[in-house]
Design a protein around this ligand. Sequence first.
Ligand code: AR6
Length: 346
Amino acid sequence: MKTEFLMVKGDITKDHGVDAIVNAANTSLLGGGGVDGAIHRAAGKELLAECRMLNGCKTGRAKITKAYNIPCKYIIHTPGPVWNGGKSNEEALLGSCYKSCLELAVENGVRSIAFPSISTGIFSFPLDKAVKIAIGTAKKFVEDNPDKLDVIKWVLFDDNTFNAYQNELNGWNDSGEKSVAGNDVKSKKVICFHNPNEENGYLSNWYMSDFMIDGIKFSSLEQYMMYMKAVTFNDMESAEKILSISDVEEIKELGKGVKNYNDVIWNGVRQIIVYNGLLEKFRQNIDLREQLIATGDSILAECAVSDKVWGIGLSVYDDDRFDLTKWKGRGLLGFALMKVRDELAV
Ligand code: AR6
């Protein structure tokens, strides 16, 4: 049977009908943020106990464990390279991650495997380069090891990553050869937003719009996000203060002062928190929901110069804002909004 290559958008900890999933770990193998944090949370404490016995893992190599509460047989853990400008052998190391995982899979009788996008999150490996290495390495492995695997799948968390992998895969023909890759993303319209009182301001986290979650009323997404940040780190005093005011600037300041704050944990959970908040903001405000759905399949971009995480790191006046390859930030808010749009449009 020919090995099938598949791309899906979603959470890798859910049931994807595969024998093994891959974890984008770090060399300690003791958990972290991003997909690693999600996998450890979903698998349960026994996974950490098994990982403690493994004595870590070198970058570019892989180790295998049981999957515990995750619905598959194994988890293959691989520490990807941290992007360091490309001069530290990062590309070869990323290829080695995929190869090591596939070898370990075959050695353990795994016939179907699901990967996340290794290294392109917290480790900042450029997505355009990573997709070529990921799919190219897997295609080469299949060529060298025919009939060993039924399915190689990527489970990708956000639209941008999903589109990049899908486009790269589309560039390969059935005989396993690479042709010129199409790029859907480039042909799409980019809709920009920034201040709540300016054009498309309803997409901003500072836009005032009431919604309820778990019996608590929030007056803006910023308030929900900062409240959840305080709750995540068990700083209930800040959480209460954040709930008691509606001024978004003050709320943001309170959010910055949350006690016991830990970057790694926040990086892991923030996207899910924002997604859940946005889903309710737009579900519960019919006019906002209609405006969001009316953006069709446009790319949504928060044009905040100084925000390279949620924003695209460019201003609403910068011509480069329409070209995703020139963005200086990750634009996570826009991608979360697009995911919510997908969810509400059905
Ligand atoms: N399912 C699928 N993909 C996910 C999920 C999920 N549940 N959650 C996040 N992603 P990252 P890295 C995507 O940062 O760059 C950890 O702290 C995410 O959107 O998880 O290899 C480790 O312990 C992105 O596209 O991994 C390491 O210290 C992709 O997974 C470090 O992060 C990879 O993002 C590894 O960084």
